[in-house]
Design a protein around this ligand. Structure first.
Ligand code: HEC
Length: 106
């Protein structure tokens, strides 16, 4: 019963609480991982290998609110096996939101 109450509380807790956009910026800029890009397995792939700022500001961008942005950061983190911990995903979300998306924080 207690565990259930805790899970419920976590589900409702704000995503942006204590997230650090400065740490998120460093993670975004400096994390390199191994991934196949255009058929070539590279060890120096970063978020900006695939993304330009315009991805995050275009009218038809996928993320439509803070939660969706968090979902996408987490999706790329898993897809590329980047290895960021949940709090690091929170930080990168806060960074991208501060710089580009500017959604109200949740
Ligand atoms: C190998 C290419 C690739 C890499 C590397 C990559 N992504 Fe993505 N990302 C994608 C694709 C494909 C999508 C799906 C949306 C699209 O088609 O534009 C996406 C979507 C996103 C979106 C949603 C964009 C929107 O339209 O609102 C965010 C945010 C994002 N990625 C963050 C990241 C972050 C943070 C990293 C670094 C860990 C990263 N991505 C690395 C390919 C990549």
């Amino acid at each position: 019963m207690k565990a259930r109450v805790l899970l419920f509380t976590l589900a409702l807790s704000p995503l942006a609480f204590a997230a650090d956009a400065e740490i998120g910026k460093a993670l975004y800029d400096e994390t390199e991982f191994t991934f196949k890009v255009n058929g070539e397995l590279r060890e120096d792939v970063s978020c900006s290998t695939c993304h330009a700022a315009s991805d995050y500001t275009r009218a038809e961008r996928k993320a439509t609110d803070y939660r969706a942005l968090h979902y996408w950061v987490d999706a790329c983190n898993h897809r590329m096996d980047v290895g960021w911990f949940p709090d690091e995903v929170d930080d990168v979300t806060a960074y991208l939101n501060r710089e580009f998306y500017k959604f109200p924080e949740e």
